[in-house]
Design a protein. Structure first.
Lengths: 362, 504
């Protein structure tokens, strides 16, 4: 190989390496490789029939697509909040409980075992979304107007959210028997791919269009990087920060619909438990600075699916669910360390050196 | 080599990817001298200093300190060898006391003897005649005193070489004098001082010797008396001073006072920043300026006009029509642009690209739902990178990796792109090299001749005299005079600034 092409190759390599999306993709690749070596059964996808007699695809990869969907949806909102406010919302799990509880309350009324739904699902969903956005607005106001550190501000809802959720339904557990409600978290008859994945895909398309046809990306990044100079360029940093929390609220409502639909019921204390940490991790794994500023939405979304892939892999290897967080922590430490700018720079230098050595050898 | 030689750097090379920042640079510092390191932005001053302080490692060359070859691998190494640096930005902790700041990170012991520490600091402050108490919170001192505390800290660490990197850029004249006094005292003690600054006056006031760098190469080392000012400038620029004389000829044209309908008027304006209500007007194609000492309220005045601070009283008119400016976007929609005083805090959006920084203001005016296409944004960016000759690797480079002067040009491009009729430039030339300064002054005059109204603020009075046809003089947050025509002289400005105090 001539030195010129070799150098070109090094440049291309370092370009790929420097691209933010490389981080979650590399993590995904390593996980897939591990599974391939340890047990290729991970990749097996089989066609079966669920209890309702509908054709469904099943397999570990389908589980990842299915369960990673809520996480991907939340990662979208979390990325925006992180970019603009330089902090994270830790109340999304509790907010999902609230939105889910509202959804059930509107659907069931006071009767916890309704024969028929009191309102169309779409209407109930819109109402639950408004409620979730109102709570997002509350968080956003604390952060943007009262300048409270985002994690501290959202700690309030994190603590109180699940009680509020229980209170909305008088601490009862409504159960919905209408099978149609189960479609959102399960399968639509005749379509073997889980619905949550489609919902996540729609959300990704929406946010992609929003980022393309509005200035949401530029404004949130500018505010996150330098609030003062953003203001002098005519932006309203308070409004923009607040807006990101409201958008996260909307994402929460969508995730809540999926979560509640999976069970056709709700358990206030365990629904979407610890999901905020996974959502924040997805943003971090996407290579986005948790201190705000520049972001890459696609990287966050991929990051979310990687986190889910990790969870699924651990389950597959029969890691007991109590011990799961500990195993996850180890993997997460590795991932985060390898995506840290310091390490990447070092590794970048290494590949470059290799290129030079190869050149010398040639 | 004489006996007094303290530090010699020979054949220093430093290469960054794609750029040779230093090439075979020599530098010599003697005991008890103040040595100016001069050069335009990008000449390699900062790189040389960073090599000396261990922030960067040199690629080639040798450094000898006290006649011993040394290898400086980290800032800690440099400090242990007695090389201390005081940067332009204060790098101390404002929420700690003066004494704590002087001793922080220097003790190896677990327990801190507070009494001893405060006593030591008090002695040091007294010794160097610094007007601060040891137990005072650093943040409550003026910037100059903070700067001096940083120097005191450096001196107390037994430094042999003291590097002052643009220490005066945020100080007013009196404060600069205090700092110089301190520098001379240190010189008496045999400390070698490397002084980096953009202010020529200060170089000639305090330095003994000058080393000039250009494009990463050594131009030469001179005794101060052998190098008159004009020659220094031409050595730094690498050309004769045609540029500066150019501006002088243009000057006569623009000095013609353009009487006409005022483009913008303000009456009884005051803001939350405590300026006394003031009246202001500017005509089409006029260049005027606010002058006064630092802290006299000149920036606060223009910030009130732009709505950057909350306006409390007053009314504004543009082209005779009453307008309301409550926040920056209102001003922008009325065709007003504002280049802020503090580039880092208020100007650049560091992580965003040059392109995004250029289009930002216009994009915000255009609206949330109408982003520029990639092609449009690129066209805008390329146009202004070319016309203002902004030195950047590409329009996608993050603005924070540009040099100060080029960052300033990007901010200037941002406002020119909005095509304002009235542009406010608050210290556009601070901390940037002479070449760019001249460029910006020329640009101001050119824009004015094309009909733009401009308010120009600068700490350097001669720069204002060169560009402005009317000066509004401020003292203690109050407008105290207005100078035009023949009154536009250095002396007249000084006496107007000082005026009121004599009457009392």
């Amino acid at each position: 190989m001539s030195p010129a092409t070799n150098r070109k190759k090094t440049i291309v390599l370092s370009k790929i390496y420097k691209n933010q999306i490389f981080i979650p993709l590399a993590a995904m690749f390593i996980l897939l490789l591990f599974n391939l070596i340890a047990d290729p059964g991970f990749f097996k996808i089989s066609m079966g029939y669920n209890s309702a007699g509908n054709p469904v695809l099943s397999g570990y990869l389908m589980t990842v697509l299915d369960n990673g969907s809520e996480l991907a949806i939340l990662a979208i909102g979390m990325t925006l909040v992180t970019a603009a406010s330089g902090g994270q919302d830790i109340s999304v799990g509790a907010a999902i409980a609230i939105a889910g509880s509202t959804l059930l309350r509107v659907l069931c009324g006071t009767n916890t075992r309704p024969e028929t739904l009191r309102t169309p699902i779409f209407v109930a969903f819109i109402i639950s979304m408004l409620v979730a956005m109102a709570f997002g607005a509350f968080n956003g106001a604390l952060v943007a107007i009262f300048k409270i550190q985002p994690m501290v501000a959202t700690l309030i809802l994190y603590t109180a959210g699940r009680s509020i959720a229980a209170w909305i339904n008088n601490n009862e557990l409504p159960i919905i028997s209408d099978p149609k409600f189960g479609y959102y978290g399960g399968f639509i008859p005749g379509i073997p791919i889980p619905t949550p994945f489609f919902i996540a895909a729609v959300m990704v398309v929406i946010i992609t269009l929003v980022l393309k046809y509005t200035n949401l990306g530029l404004y949130t990044q500018a505010v996150g990087i330098n609030e003062s100079s953003s203001r002098l360029n005519g932006l309203n940093p308070v409004f923009i920060k607040w807006l990101t929390f409201v958008i996260l609220g909307a994402c929460v409502a969508v995730a809540a619909l999926i979560k509640v639909s999976r069970l056709s019921s709700i358990n206030y204390s365990v629904i979407a438990k610890d999901i905020e940490m996974d959502a924040i991790l997805a943003v971090a794994l996407g290579g986005n600075a948790l201190s705000g500023g520049k972001f890459n939405m696609a990287a966050s979304v991929i990051g979310a699916f990687v986190i889910q892939m990790l969870t699924t892999t651990l389950f597959k290897f029969k890691v007991p669910s109590d011990a799961l967080p500990a195993y996850k922590a180890v993997v997460v430490i590795l991932l985060v360390v390898f995506s840290a700018p310091v390490v990447r720079e070092k590794l970048g230098g290494l590949t470059k050196n290799l290129g030079i050595q190869r050149k010398e050898a040639a | 080599m004489t006996k007094e030689t303290l530090l010699t750097m020979r054949g220093i090379d430093k290469v960054f990817p794609g750029v040779k920042a230093l090439s075979k640079v020599d530098f010599t510092l003697r005991k008890g001298e103040i040595h100016a390191l001069m050069g335009e932005n990008g000449a390699g001053k900062s790189t040389l200093i960073k090599v000396l302080t261990g922030v960067y490692t040199k690629d080639e060359g040798s450094i000898r300190l006290d006649d011993k070859e040394v290898a400086i691998r980290s800032p800690q190494d440099a400090q242990h060898m007695g090389i201390s640096t005081v940067y332009q930005e204060i790098t101390l902790c404002p929420n700690l006391s003066v004494a704590e700041n002087m001793y922080i990170g220097r003790s190896d012991e677990i327990y801190q003897n507070w009494k001893k520490m405060n006593e030591g600091a008090r002695k040091m402050l007294e010794n160097l005649d610094i007007p601060a108490r040891a137990t005072q919170q650093l943040g409550s001192c003026s910037i100059a005193v903070q700067q001096m505390v940083a120097i005191a800290r450096a001196v107390d660490m037994d430094c042999k070489v003291l590097i002052l990197d643009e220490p005066t850029s945020s100080l007013d004249d009196q404060e600069v004098q205090k700092l110089f006094k301190l520098m001379r005292e240190l010189k008496e003690r045999g400390v070698g001082i490397i002084f980096v600054t953009h202010f020529l006056d200060q170089v000639y006031e305090v330095c003994d010797r000058i080393t000039v760098l250009r494009d990463g190469k050594l131009v030469g080392e001179y005794e101060i008396k052998d190098l008159p000012r004009l020659q220094l400038v031409s050595k730094m620029l690498g050309k004769e001073l045609d540029d500066l004389s150019d501006i002088k000829t243009e000057e006569t044209e623009t000095k013609v006072d353009k009487k006409g309908e005022p483009l913008f008027e303000a009456e009884g304006l005051s803001s939350t920043e405590g300026i006394k209500p003031f009246d202001f007007h500017i005509s089409k194609g006029e260049v005027n300026g606010f002058t006064g000492l630092l802290g006299s309220g000149r920036s606060e005045c223009v910030r009130a006009i732009f709505g950057a601070d909350r306006v409390v009283t007053g009314s504004m008119k543009k082209n005779g029509k009453t307008i309301k400016i409550q926040k920056p976007i209102d001003a922008m929609k009325n065709g007003i642009g504002y280049l802020p005083e503090d580039r880092k805090i208020d100007g650049i959006v560091g992580d965003l690209s040059v392109k995004e920084n250029i289009i930002l203001a216009l994009q915000v005016m255009r609206g949330f739902f109408r982003p520029f296409s990639k092609a449009e944004a690129n066209a805008f960016a390329d146009e202004y990178i070319k016309t203002l000759s902004i030195k950047t690797a590409s329009s996608d480079t993050p603005i924070k990796s540009l040099s100060g002067g080029n960052q300033q040009k990007v901010i200037l491009a941002r406002w020119l792109l909005t095509h304002p009729d009235y542009l406010i430039l608050d210290e556009p030339t601070r901390g940037i090299d002479i070449g760019t300064k001249v460029d910006i002054q020329k640009l101001v005059l050119k824009l004015a001749s094309e009909g733009m109204s401009i308010t120009f603020i600068s700490s350097e009075t001669d720069e204002m005299l060169r560009t402005c046809s009317r000066l509004i003089v401020m003292r203690d947050r109050k407008v105290v005079g207005e100078l035009t025509g023949d009154d536009l002289t250095q002396n007249k400005i000084m006496s107007t600034i000082a005026g009121g105090e004599e009457k009392k």
